[in-house]
Design a protein around this ligand. Structure first.
Ligand SMILES: [Zn+2]
Length: 102
């Protein structure tokens, strides 16, 4: 363990930009380049690292449940709990049900 601390001003504007992509990041749908940027940022920002860890754990938990769907209401609450409510985006299926696909 080294005691090297990288200089990091807690730049909320920077964090906010990354936080907007964290959902995609933990779901593995974010471009590799952006993933690396986020990982580099997390290396110097405890705040974002904690958010990602929490988000990833929560999503993993939900995926282990019988129902793979995360209702928008739950997502919304999750984001509120994580203090990310401003970044909440409803799922793509908000609105119509896709029960006429087949
Ligand atoms: Zn940050």
């Amino acid at each position: 363990m080294s005691t090297v601390h990288l200089q990091h001003e807690h730049n909320r504007e920077t964090c906010r930009q990354y936080l907007e992509s964290l959902g995609d990041y933990v779901e593995g749908t974010l471009a590799a380049e952006l993933c690396r940027e986020i990982e580099a940022h997390m290396a110097v920002c405890d705040n974002c690292r904690i958010v990602v860890n929490t988000l990833a754990k929560t999503i993993t938990l939900y995926r282990q449940m019988p129902s793979p769907e995360l209702p928008n209401a739950v997502r919304e609450r999750l984001f509120a709990v994580l203090d990310l409510a401003p970044y909440y985006r409803p799922g793509p299926e908000s609105g119509d049900k896709l029960d006429s696909v087949r």
